[in-house]
Design a protein around this ligand. Structure first.
Ligand code: NAP
Length: 247
């Protein structure tokens, strides 16, 4: 079995996931970069940058929302690498609209990707972590999962679900040397927030005491701490990173 550190980041082609992958990329690490857009350019760019940092990398094209597809891809990974040391459940989507206008399909899709996706990936990988009696899992939730947001009932419900999931799995896995935590970003500049109107953006900025949006690299720094040996005594926590938007 390889003595490299095997790290799987879901939704690693862009935004926060890419920043996390790059922050964790170093010689001796293997970055498994999941994404789901059939257009591979963004994922390939992440892979190139991961390799430029001296890490090994591999693109894993699969839909985290699909149970069997996820199981199959994870089985292949486990055959090839023997284990996964670090899992960052980052893939996520929005389908924003007021509840009274929300289509059933918008509810289902957001819950399937953001919440069931975390279940699918975690369950597929946890067995191998339990066998190794070590592992670090970080789930990317959102400030919205803690405080709610008009127009995001589906997204907020999915992210609140991730918080409950994180705490439950932390309790189940703690005895096996596995740490499970959640990171809850506030308003971070990525393609996800780029679609918001300038008016909504200004409204958000007014409610952030530090007076600015966050950068994906700032979230990645926190994730790097949570998957490092320096955080061995932290589990089941939701760490907020939001410029003071929620205290
Ligand atoms: P983003 O720029 O839109 O990137 C989303 C990533 O998820 C992409 O790599 C995308 O890959 C991947 N993805 C989407 N659906 C997928 C699926 N079904 N299976 C596998 N991968 C999938 O978003 P972001 O802003 O970086 O957000 C990353 C995470 O942080 C999300 O969980 C989001 O909810 C959370 N978050 C973001 C903010 C913010 O302000 N940006 C705040 C709080 C929390 P493809 O393009 O290849 O599909």
């Amino acid at each position: 079995m390889t003595d490299e550190k095997i790290i799987l980041v879901t939704g690693a082609s862009r935004g926060i996931g890419r920043a996390i992958a790059l922050r964790l990329a170093r010689p001796g690490a293997v970055l498994l970069l999941n994404h789901y857009d059939p257009e591979p350019a963004a994922a390939e760019q992440t892979l190139e940058e991961v390799q430029a940092r001296g890490a090994n990398g591999k693109i894993l094209y699969f839909n985290v929302a699909e149970f069997q597809e996820t199981q199959a891809r994870v089985e292949e990974i486990l055959k090839e690498f023997g284990r996964v040391d670090v899992l960052v459940n980052n893939a996520g989507i929005t389908r924003d609209t007021l509840l009274m206008r929300m289509k059933e399909a918008d509810w289902d899709l957001v819950l399937q990707v953001n919440l069931k996706g975390v279940f699918n990936c975690t369950q597929a990988i946890l067995r191998s972590m339990i066998k190794n009696r070590s592992g670090k899992i970080v789930n990317i939730t959102s400030v919205v999962g803690a405080i709610g947001n008009a127009g995001q009932a589906n997204y907020a419900a999915s992210k609140a679900g991730v918080i409950g999931f994180t705490k439950s799995v932390a309790k189940e896995a703690a005895g096996r040397g596995i740490n499970v935590n959640a990171v809850a970003p506030g308003f971070i500049d990525t393609e996800m927030t780029a679609v918001l109107s300038e008016a909504v953006r200004q409204e958000f900025l007014k409610s952030i005491p530090l007076g600015r949006s966050g950068r994906p690299e700032e979230v990645a720094e926190l994730v790097a701490f949570l998957v490092s040996e320096a955080s061995e005594y932290i589990t089941g926590q939701v760490i907020h990173i939001n410029g003071g938007l929620y205290m």
